[in-house]
Design a protein around this ligand. Structure first.
Ligand code: GAP
Length: 517
């Protein structure tokens, strides 16, 4: 193998979300759902490259969680089995889990602007020393920040503000009197924001021919409950013993009030969830182990930089099921639309025995459903550590992280996917469409394809073919040229450096395998 050329890459410019969305559309990563009809808010389709990228992410998760050896905090192998439960479940499931009744966001409507806001996202600023007006702004949102900046023009005499009232408060803590003095983010008048009201997030449907209350069912808002309701089936049908986990990848549906930021908050999305069942007294140890292992895992699949953080929850953020003690943390990524802030990719929660005991109570069997620990000779409801990740948010984070501008190349951009995530591992090209080069290239392509996803491309100039592969994030491009045809070699171009090396044809499949497996 010999090094041929190494162009100098140019430094990457800041990433703009609209450029990433445009590339996703142009190259077939992600499309709007039912686009020909104008789309539908909160729903997305994955094109040929996108479906491979997302599948690579889900396969990596399944492989590393369910299939490969994983060594736990005690030095023993961690035992996790898989599951694929139904999307529609007996509606009692959602009463027991707290989703019917509890699973909804408090929302605030503005009577003037007709906008709807999540109450916990509204922050309020006292205006003048007499505190006559309060101004509400939307937190962590580009549009809202713009509105807030405009709103700040309303404070021309900011210096005159009394610091004791010039402070941020949550809208949630306002009294009716305060609300009457508040101006909404997109309003001019005071008192046009309503009290916070709950908004059901579960999609409803009917199961069977009759459409009435008795046939009402829901599309699951999380895959977790399919795992909890199958806990006893798995214990009875396999040799699992606490501690062990059940893992599931599947669709979840939430009628989000404000779907936004591309696929980040959608109404149909996919989750990758583990419910890990443990003895109650080992919660701290397992919680810390899972939190750190999951954080490491995201780093390994391509989110290694400073855009990924691990954040422990404040107590007032905990979900209804989360146990204060072992804790709850989020793995968060700095998306272009959240920067300088972060958005959640995965939550790791100590759910205690909330779900298992709730299902035991609601199905009427109660304490009889306690798990029998043969080793300890005692009965209990196992506690649960839940690492719950989003496959769509993960895919989006990988796309954002990989997007790299580079003025030195024809495409102006390349996708820096890790070889494991890259939808296509190798592109194979004949330099020209004659002199026997296509035949040699095609033989090589078919050889590589026995084990790895590869693309054969004989159309357009070689520069355009490299550009297409750069945008697809293909790590290696192999070109069969005239020199190669006589010497039995081809050039391999490395995506990130654009460096090329010449390798013997028969060594190329092994060369690719070594670098992408
Ligand atoms: N079983 C726990 C649970 O569902 P969650 O924090 O509501 O917890 C887990 O959801 C993960 O699912 C999130 O970290 C996120 O990655 C993903 N997720 C949740 N809502 C989503 C939405 N509307 N769109 C896309 N992904 C979502």
């Amino acid at each position: 193998m010999s090094e041929i050329t190494t162009p100098t890459p140019s430094p990457s410019a800041p990433k703009k979300m609209e450029d990433i969305v445009a590339l996703c559309r142009r190259r077939g990563f992600i499309f709007q759902s039912s686009e020909i009809y104008g789309g539908i808010n909160g729903f997305w389709d994955y094109g040929p490259l996108g479906v491979s990228l997302k599948r690579n992410l889900k396969n990596a998760w399944w492989n590393d969680v369910v299939e490969r050896e994983l060594i736990g905090p005690d030095g023993d192998a961690v035992h996790i089995v898989g599951l694929d439960s139904s999307i529609i479940m007996n509606p009692k499931t959602w009463i027991a889990s707290g989703h019917v009744g509890g699973f909804n966001d408090p929302m605030v409507d503005c009577k003037e602007s007709k906008q709807r806001y999540r109450a916990d996202h509204l922050i309020v600023l006292g205006s003048t020393a007499d505190n006559a007006r309060l101004y509400a702004y939307i937190e962590n949102d580009e549009e809202q920040c713009a509105a807030a900046t405009k709103g700040l023009a309303r404070y021309e005499k900011r210096d005159a503000l009394d610091p004791s009232v010039h402070m941020l408060r949550s809208f949630m803590v306002l009294t009716a009197e305060d609300r009457a003095r508040t101006v909404g983010p997109h309003a001019k008048e005071v008192g046009t924001l309503t009290e916070a009201r709950k908004f059901g997030l579960m999609f409803e449907t009917n199961s069977g021919a009759v459409r009435d209350e008795s046939s009402l069912t829901y599309l699951r808002p999380e895959t977790a409950q399919g795992i909890f309701t199958n806990f006893w089936n798995v214990c009875d049908s396999t040799r699992v013993r606490v501690p062990f986990g059940i893992a599931q990848i599947g669709k979840a549906f939430r009628n989000e009030v404000t779907p936004r930021n591309f696929t980040f908050r959608s109404r149909e999305f996919e989750q990758m969830e583990i419910e890990f069942f443990i003895r109650p007294d080992s919660a701290n140890e397992w919680y810390a182990w899972w939190r750190d292992w999951r954080f490491n895992w995201w780093q390994q699949i391509g989110l290694a930089g400073e855009n990924l953080i691990l954040r422990e929850h404040d107590r007032d953020e905990l979900a209804h099921y989360a146990k204060v003690g072992a804790g709850t943390s989020d793995i968060e990524y700095r998306f272009p639309f959240t920067a300088p802030g972060f958005g959640e990719l995965e939550g790791i929660a100590h759910r205690a025995d909330f779900d298992l005991s709730a299902h035991a109570t609601h199905c009427g069997k109660g304490d009889k459903m306690r798990y029998f620990d043969q080793e300890k000779n005692e009965r209990y409801f196992p506690h649960v550590i839940e690492p719950s990740a989003g496959a769509d948010r993960g895919t989006l984070a990988i796309l954002c992280e990989a997007y790299t501008t580079d003025a030195t190349r024809a495409s102006g951009v390349y996708m820096n996917f890790t070889p494991r995530m890259a939808p296509v591992k190798a592109g194979v090209f004949p330099l020209v469409n004659k002199d026997g080069l296509p035949e040699i290239a095609e033989r090589l392509f078919r050889d590589i394809r026995k084990k790895h996803v590869a693309e054969f491309d004989e159309k357009q100039s070689i520069g355009k073919r490299y550009a297409r592969m750069d945008e697809a994030g293909t790590p290696f491009c192999i070109t069969v040229d005239h020199d190669g045809a006589t010497s039995g070699t081809a050039t391999i171009r490395h995506r990130n450096t654009q460096a090329q090396e010449r390798v013997a044809l028969e060594q190329i499949p092994a060369f690719i395998a070594e670098r992408v497996e």
